[in-house]
Write a protein that binds this ligand. Structure first.
Ligand SMILES: C[S@@+](CC[C@H](N)C(=O)[O-])C[C@H]1O[C@@H](n2cnc3c(N)ncnc32)[C@H](O)[C@@H]1O
Length: 314
């Protein structure tokens, strides 16, 4: 059976028998070895509803082996994941973003979903927990890709696949998705309007795009354009104001059907852990004032907007 459609299946085929397809990376041999040494769990239960949690009986050697192997896939940015006693305490408590999404009450049951810039697939697994029919993750970063492979070794779902490609490199001339997520991508785009139009080109009639992004203070006209870094992040091109975001959406043939209030990122949600031992949010904001970034900008607040294609464009 094809995943999503024959065209998408054709893009996935090179990765079916060869995990990394023709991708080049000096870590691939090591990653293949790690994946091949992960223990197989018997009689497991998988909970994707309250988190990403796998439970089974295993021996203590499996615990040490799993923990040692997964630690070699550092840094774990998104999570957490629980595999029996192994708790992958990722940099982001991604469950908090997911809880904010859940408040929107969007029905994902039986939906065909595209998650663009999916990271290691944490949210994709949670989408399956809400009954999604098929989830396709697009993620060009191979470290996130191998983490997805490791987690799905334990979850064992055929309803989720990851394609290690950028959205721009996908040539598919028909729309197959009822729901498309783009979370944490818009502010990295050189041309955010083109990103929205590309997402819309994959959306089935009547479907929704879910954007999660950073917004800034209304003191800026449409967007803040950081001189260098923003909150210590490289490649942040535009941080829109709420009004600027709305204008961008309307100018690109879409409209907002629902939007959430902005929520400030905190060191409770994003922080250094044993599974992501590098610099994190604590070095992104001023020590005495977490509302100001180290560059002197207003600290990041994140919000969701749910979009549909403007009726006049259908
Ligand atoms: C800030 S992270 C957000 C991850 C996740 N969506 C979340 O909200 O936590 C952005 C992700 O998008 C991926 N990415 C960047 N450009 C992309 C593109 N053009 N197409 C698909 N993914 C992209 C990056 O590799 C990275 O994993």
């Amino acid at each position: 059976m094809d995943f999503i459609s024959p065209v998408w299946q054709k893009l996935l085929d090179p990765y079916t028998n060869k995990i990394f397809g023709d991708k080049k990376d000096k870590r691939i041999k090591l990653w293949q070895k790690i994946l091949s040494e992960l223990p197989d769990l018997k009689d497991k239960t998988v909970d994707l509803k309250s988190g990403v949690k796998i439970n089974s009986n295993w021996e203590s050697k499996d615990l040490t082996q799993t923990e040692d192997l997964l630690l070699k896939l550092l840094p774990w940015r998104k999570g957490p994941f629980s595999i029996n006693e192994v708790f992958i305490d990722s940099e982001w408590k991604s469950n908090l973003k997911w809880d904010r999404f859940l408040k929107i009450n969007l029905d994902l049951a039986n939906k065909t979903i595209l998650d663009v810039g999916s990271g290691n697939g944490y949210y994709g697994f949670r989408m399956l927990g809400l009954g999604a029919k098929e989830v396709l993750c697009l993620e060009p970063n191979l470290n996130h890709f191998v983490q997805f492979k490791a987690i799905n070794h334990f979850v064992g779902s055929k309803k989720i696949r990851m394609l290690p490609e950028r959205l721009e490199s996908i040539q598919v001339d028909a729309s197959y998705f009822e729901i498309i997520f783009s979370m944490g991508l818009l502010y990295h785009q050189r041309d955010p309007g083109q990103h929205l139009r590309l997402l819309a080109s994959h959306l089935k009639e009547g479907g929704n795009i879910i954007i999660e992004t950073i917004v800034t203070s209304k003191d800026y006209e449409d967007s803040l354009v950081p001189k260098k870094r923003y909150a210590n992040m490289p490649n942040v091109r535009f941080v829109h104001t709420e009004k600027g975001l709305e204008r961008l959406i309307l100018d690109n043939g879409l409209e907002i059907v629902y939007s959430t209030d902005p929520v400030m990122t905190s060191i409770f949600e994003q922080r250094t852990t044993d599974w992501m031992p590098f610099k994190s949010f604590e070095s992104a904001v001023l020590k005495g004032n977490p509302e100001i970034t180290v560059e002197g900008y207003a600290a990041p607040s994140r919000k969701f907007v749910v979009l549909k294609i403007q009726n006049s464009r259908l």
